[in-house]
Write a new protein. Structure first.
Length: 101
């Protein structure tokens, strides 16, 4: 999850479709990982907060919210993702392992 946020923050401009695609990727990976027993239900629920935030940010972009505000919100999600990685070691790599090369 941390990698998802890092990649988004590295962009010079974030658009709604890109955020929605990342949200869908995270949601799908979390479902697969939970189904296969790779993460706990608690990890699934906690990580879902970032997925939900991405969906909300995409809607804010569509409503015309300035990029600087989106980046500020993403910084908060980066802090959250780091905490999740501490609480659930390996979560970031488990999610990213499903990303196409």
């Amino acid at each position: 999850m941390r990698t998802c946020v890092d990649q988004l923050m590295a962009l010079s401009h974030i658009d709604g479709p890109r955020l929605k695609a990342e949200a869908k990727f995270i949601a799908t990976r979390l479902e697969v990982l939970r189904y296969n027993g790779k993460i706990t239900n608690d990890a699934y629920l906690d990580a879902g907060s970032i997925y939900g935030a991405f969906e909300m940010f995409a809607n804010l972009i569509d409503m015309g919210v300035p990029q600087r505000e989106i980046y500020a919100q993403l910084k908060q999600q980066l802090a959250r993702a780091r905490k999740l990685e501490i609480k659930y070691p390996g979560l970031n790599s488990a999610i990213e392992s499903g990303r196409a090369s």
